[in-house]
Design a binder for this molecule. Sequence first.
Ligand SMILES: [Zn+2]
Length: 257
Amino acid sequence: MAHLEEVEGIVLYQRKHRERDFLVKIFTKRFGKIMFFVRGAKRPQGEIFQAIQPFTTATFIADIRESGLSFLRGAKEIEQKRDLQLDIFSNAYATYVSALADAAVEDRLPYPSLYHLLVTGLHLIDEGYNPEVISNILEVKFLVVFGVGPNFSACSICGKTKGIFDYSDKYHGILCSEHFLEDPRRLHVDPKAVHLVRLYSVMDLEKIGEISIKKSTQEEIKRLIDHIYDQLVGLSLKSKKFIDNLYKWEDTLRKDD
Ligand SMILES: [Zn+2]
């Protein structure tokens, strides 16, 4: 007899398999990420098909096998994220942070804090928070999960925690303005961007308030985080390239105004 578990989880993505079946990657709270096989039904509007839409959270009734594919038998307490599915920007960022969480840990490795971050972040984007800001916060927090966490807490040379800071590859973290000369090849990034990234690294995502960031600062935050990911993580995610292209299209559209 199959051993069924009730597991809380969030759908990272789904892929069609043959005509009517699906492969669905779910990040479960208790068992980590698991790939499920869902057999196509005669009623594609059924509960389980609502539950396997990307970014949906639910309590899944799952037949989890030791190896190979596992199976979904049902779902309850289904919460779909309509905005994430309909809005192109929200969807792009939600897809990216889900792929990032997927890349950060091995399958079947429980990681409740990462699970909680992803669920909270996607919920906030769905609620209408700026998807780029929420994604940046998750990117910064995920660095620790990737095992590369640069030092954002204090100057890497003197330990100073207040003042103006820049980012240095050489010192794997921030430098205060008194020590800028120690690394002529520091990133020369807007100190406001460094300040916000430092804030992101320690802030409690659940207690986020209204955040309004100037476009130029936002671009510097992106430059800083992209640089750190290129240097220390080295992923090549399609969903990230899509976002970078959205950026370019935005600029092109603005020039045409
Ligand atoms: Zn210093």
